[in-house]
Design a protein around this ligand. Structure first.
Ligand SMILES: NC(=O)c1ccc[n+]([C@@H]2O[C@H](COP(=O)([O-])OP(=O)(O)OC[C@H]3O[C@@H](n4cnc5c(N)ncnc54)[C@H](O)[C@@H]3O)[C@@H](O)[C@H]2O)c1
Length: 475
């Protein structure tokens, strides 16, 4: 469903009316027009800093260099020594721009992993304060810190714990022009996962992701971190449930864009829509109700009939049956619990028991901010979406030893048939109550799912990433 206000305020008449009435103008987000490109930052002006020289500063310099960025360093900038040393030590030909060259930066990366006390946090101020007055629209800010439990003492943990609050606030300040700000929390030893996370957060593939914290914990057992390649899903077989329409169809499309062969699953009643969606992207239609007791076994058989194992499965199919708890019929509770949760658990169990996953398989589940914030009338739905977050966290530890990773994406307000059914006033409030003042599009979820399903997210496991424009509900 189209956001008419967003469209209108970007017409010439709309701009004049909005200015005259002092109305807020939601920014036009720059989304990816094509797949991941190796030199994605070749036109970017990147300001980079580090609290000290170390493995993270080195990983950042290498990653930005691999992305073709021109790294900006100058004597008046805080945090430059760690970066300079990293460039020298890594023997990298980093093109280093001179002091303020009049071109405002549109990429900011600050490594504060070595911030170990309150005084060290001054770097956040010194690095960002002089630079954030003229940030071009759709710029990207990433701060890199350490997760809880990773620091050498309580004071360092305390300093690192400041970062989620800092980044969430910066995201709220920056969102008005479509700029995003996110935090990567990299575990000691998992630094080789930084490049993939940066490729996502610094690109238009993450246009609707802001104010979020992504833990990078390290690759599962036996999984090597490969150098970036374009179309990273080439040769992969991907299953997407609920693929006939909405978010699922977009996920199938973006996975296919990155090279995957997609098996799209949807209810037999939606077979013709599913067939049309799959044929548009060269995928395979699999009409199947995911609550079928043998759904996992059937999916394994379909994959085997195509000569392969399942490299990626996206558990996207989901339903709402909203009623206040006091009025909810038992069958509505059972139905939502089974489609949104029971079917996922059963299916994964059957695929694992049948050895149906390929090496380094990646599982992505769809949660919802409803599962984080809760909604009146959605006790059934929110219970399932909250459980998905716990499920990926708990099961990741079991799957890690098998070389398989599992993560979740929690969409906020996304323009689909599901949200078109929301009453108009509630819908308008839900759209605007985010740092980007608009709802997301199905492609925004598809981009985040594709990141999680790809080698770019090799170090990410057991995580839930919200794709919600920093929706203030449940923030
Ligand atoms: N749209 C949003 O704003 C939003 C927000 C948060 C989370 N989500 C989640 O994203 C996912 C996709 O949502 P959407 O908005 O695209 O919904 P949608 O209703 O447009 O599409 C859901 C798809 O799942 C399929 N499906 C439902 N039950 C099935 C079953 N038993 N077996 C096979 N297929 C089945 C449907 O036929 C449909 O094609 C859901 O899990 C939803 O809970 C959506």
């Amino acid at each position: 469903m189209a956001d008419k206000i967003l469209e209108f305020v970007h017409t010439s008449t709309g701009k004049q009316i909005a200015a005259a009435l002092g109305l807020p103008v939601p920014p036009q987000l720059k989304r990816a027009k094509a797949g991941y490109a190796e030199k994605a930052l070749s036109n970017a002006n990147a300001l980079v800093g580090a609290s000290a020289f170390g493995p993270v500063a080195t990983a950042v310099v290498k990653a930005l260099n691999a992305m073709g960025a021109s790294i900006k360093v100058s004597a008046d900038l805080a945090g430059l020594d760690g970066i300079k040393q990293a460039a020298v030590k890594a023997k990298l030909e980093v093109s280093i721009s001179q002091a303020d060259n009049g071109v405002p930066e549109n990429v900011y990366v600050l490594d504060v992993t070595s911030a170990a006390n309150v005084a060290d946090l001054r770097l956040l101020y010194d690095f960002f304060n002089p630079r954030l007055r003229k940030v071009p629209s759709n710029s990207r800010i990433v701060v890199i810190g350490r997760p809880r439990g990773d620091c050498k003492d309580a004071l360092a943990e305390t300093a690192q714990s400041s970062l989620p609050g800092f980044i969430r606030s910066l995201a709220k300040e920056s969102g008005k022009n479509g700029t995003t700000a996110n935090l990567i929390q990299v575990k000691t030893g998992a630094e080789n996962g930084i490049e993939g996370a940066l490729r996502f957060f610094l690109s238009p593939h993450s246009a609707f992701v802001t104010g979020q914290v992504l833990p990078v914990v390290g690759a599962p057992k036996g999984v090597k971190v490969a150098a970036f390649s374009e179309k990273p899903l080439t040769g992969k077989l991907a299953v997407v449930t609920g693929a006939a329409r909405g978010i699922g169809a977009a996920i199938a499309e973006v996975l296919a864009r990155e090279g995957a062969t997609v098996i799209g699953v949807d209810r037999p009643a939606d077979e013709s829509t599913l067939g049309a969606t799959m044929s548009s992207l060269g995928g395979i239609a699999c009409p199947l109700d995911i609550t079928d007791a043998d759904a996992g076994k059937k999916l394994a058989a379909v994959a085997a009939s195509k000569g392969g194992k399942i490299d990626i499965i996206v558990h996207n199919a989901g339903i709402t049956r909203d009623k206040m708890m006091r009025n909810m019929a038992a069958h509505l509770w059972d139905m939502v619990l089974d489609v949104n949760l029971g079917a996922i658990v059963r299916c994964n169990e059957q695929l694992l028991a049948g050895d149906a996953f390929g090496a380094n398989a990646r599982i992505v589940c769809i949660s919802s901010i409803g599962g984080i914030a809760g909604n009146a009338g959605q006790t059934n739905y929110a219970a399932t979406k909250s459980a998905v977050i716990g499920y990926v966290d708990a099961i990741a530890k079991q799957l890690e030893g098998k070389g398989i990773s599992i993560n979740a994406i929690a969409p906020g307000f996304i323009e689909t048939q599901m949200t078109a059914a929301i009453p108009v006033v509630t819908r308008e409030v839900a759209r605007r109550l985010s740092s980007l003042s608009q709802g997301g599009l199905p492609v925004d979820i598809a981009e985040a799912v594709t990141f999680m399903a790809s080698p770019l997210a090799v170090g990410v496991n057991g995580a839930t990433l919200r794709v919600c424009g920093q929706n203030l509900v449940g923030a």
